[in-house]
Unconditional design. Structure first.
Length: 184
């Protein structure tokens, strides 16, 4: 005899060991919103430290080492751009560690930004004032809509200091740039 209705209040922990559901019993109405894929997706790193100066000029970061690239939409060798071929909403992120090369900047504004189609769309900033600094990590995370054909994403960094010197975006595992499509 088949069970027509289960009352959830009568089910206690450990009372159901295994459940078999007939193939015809699961319909698309019951599974809407279940599953899907988060691709295209990528994550890249800087292969080495990259100088970004100290004069307040946005510098494109050359994330040239792919950790993964599902869908082959990230060009790590020529332009370090993510150009997703599937339209939709994406979670995009950038983490960079910026490091003073001379250890004596006393007032510095550090910035990181996600650029869409050549323009900054999401930024983060930190001001270090009256103190010596060596390393600071900045993070930017945002939801961005892409058209699936011509829209692209890039990573940028900037240091603006009152003291001459240079700032590096640190390479290797100290930074990452990536994105993945959300299931809609």
């Amino acid at each position: 005899m088949a069970i027509d209705k289960v009352v959830s209040a009568s089910i206690t922990d450990g009372t159901i060991a295994t459940a078999d559901i007939a193939d015809g019993a699961v319909t698309s109405v019951k599974t809407t919103g279940v599953g899907g894929v988060n691709t295209p997706a990528f994550q890249a790193e800087l292969s080495a430290n990259q100088g970004i100066g100290y004069t307040g000029v946005w510098t494109k970061l050359d994330f040239d080492t792919e950790f993964y690239d599902l869908g082959s939409c990230y060009d790590h060798s020529s332009n370090q751009r993510f150009t997703p071929t599937t339209a939709g909403k994406y979670i995009c992120y950038l983490t960079i560690m910026l490091s003073s090369t001379n250890n004596d900047f006393t007032q510095t504004n550090l910035s990181a930004a996600l650029y869409k189609n050549g323009s900054g769309v999401y930024e983060t900033h930190t001001l270090i004032s009256g103190a010596l600094w060596k390393n600071r990590t900045l993070n930017v995370t945002a939801g961005i809509n892409f058209n699936g054909s011509s829209d692209y994403l890039e990573a940028y960094g900037m240091a603006n200091s009152t003291t001459a010197g240079s700032t590096n975006a640190r390479g290797g595992i100290l930074g990452s740039f990536g994105a993945y499509k959300i299931i809609e």
